[in-house]
Design a protein around this ligand. Sequence first.
Ligand SMILES: Cc1ncc(COP(=O)(O)OP(=O)(O)O)c(N)n1
Ligand code: TZP
Ligand code: MG
Length: 198
Amino acid sequence: MDLSKGFYGITMENDSIGTCKKLIDFGAKAIQYRAKNLPSKQMLYESLEIRELTKKANVLMIVNDRLDLALVVGADGVHVGQDDIPPSYLRKIVPKGFIIGLSTHSLDQVLSSEVDFVDYIGVGAVFKTSTKDAVVIGPDLAQQMVKSSKKPAYLIGGIKLSNIDSIKGIGAYGFTSITDVLYNDYGHFLEMLNKWNS
Ligand SMILES: Cc1ncc(COP(=O)(O)OP(=O)(O)O)c(N)n1
Ligand SMILES: Cc1ncsc1CCOP(=O)(O)O
Ligand SMILES: [Mg+2]
């Protein structure tokens, strides 16, 4: 299955299964399981359930941070950050066709040779967000990074219906939005997608 253009969903730690179901109902074609503070055993059980739900719905499943879990549950890929084991090393041990995503926060990171080993990059945080204490790069740098990337780029961080107009022209392959999508209804999500695609 290919990476989905447009929206890339990410679950919320306080209700990973519920938010995964909501994202599937909304029509997300790729979902990342992201939990930062849960015991590994709980993450295993949640990711097994998410694998079942995403398989049934024909949706890509990516696991944040944890290649071990991604491999154990048969996920389609893993998403890693700049301080994790670099993609060039991960690539040596993953099955053929396995998706690797890498977070980037600067032009240097986008131009790094590590990007040769990934299928997509995350670019952000574009805007300030309460979901993560992340460095805010702003839309201008985000645009330069997207334009310089050899790989499809997803924008992330503080993306909402109220600001999506300002980033839709950047040329990114897609975007993620955690809180604004999950705290609102389908109508809000559709409006967001319509704006992104207009
Ligand atoms: C698509 C996508 N882009 C960026 C991130 C952030 O990853 P990271 O910098 O490793 O931070 P955490 O998500 O692990 O807190 C992401 N998860 N997904
Ligand atoms: C995981 C992550 N990485 C950079 S910002 C962010 C959180 C994005 O969450 P939201 O869409 O709620 O701002
Ligand atoms: Mg990470």
